[in-house]
Design a protein around this ligand. Structure first.
Ligand code: FEO
Length: 167
């Protein structure tokens, strides 16, 4: 195995959090879908796919490093929401939290002089910059429009799409 037991465990925990994020975003997308807001729903379904992709990237890394994949139990997402702002605020908080978790993994990799994991994590550090920034932008737009103006947010998203659409 090319990484420490401690790093293996920490990455397995992160895999659980990424799948947890994916479920949370599906729940948010379903809320928007149920409110007949298809662009907001699409945005969050897409975000859920992204999170699954992050989990899969960690899984691939563990396999490449000859380490064990042990996916932890994931608790159910919050399912009831009172407003679009609440959904986006929760998502932003989540992304800020994930950024801290990724930094925590990087700090462990630095402490262990684990250069391979440091290099692997660089992608996630750039990804988190993009994810926090795009969620902050969406929160600004949702707040500006207000709950009565969500169709303006729909127009905005129909024009701008999801950040990954541009890749
Ligand atoms: Fe996997 Fe949105 O961080």
């Amino acid at each position: 195995m090319q990484i420490s037991q401690k790093m293996n465990k920490a990455i397995n925990e992160q895999i659980g959090r990424e799948f947890g994020a994916s479920l949370q975003y599906v729940a948010i997308a379903a809320y928007f879908d149920g409110q007949s807001l298809p662009q907001l729903a699409r945005y969050f379904y897409k975000q859920a796919d992204e999170e699954r992709g992050h989990a899969m990237r960690f899984i691939r890394y563990l396999l490449d490093a000859g380490a064990g994949v042990n996916i932890p139990a994931v608790s159910g997402p919050k399912a009831e929401f009172g407003s679009a702002e609440e959904c986006v605020k929760l998502s932003l908080r989540w992304e800020q939290e994930v950024t801290k978790q990724i930094y925590g993994l990087m700090e462990l990799a630095i402490k262990e002089s684990d250069y391979t994991t440091q290099q692997f994590l660089q992608w996630f550090i750039s990804e988190q910059l993009e994810e926090v920034s795009s969620m902050e932008k969406l929160l600004t737009v949702v707040r500006r429009a207000g709950e009565g103006g969500l169709l303006l947010v729909e127009d905005y998203l129909a024009r701008e799409g999801h950040p990954e659409d541009k890749d």
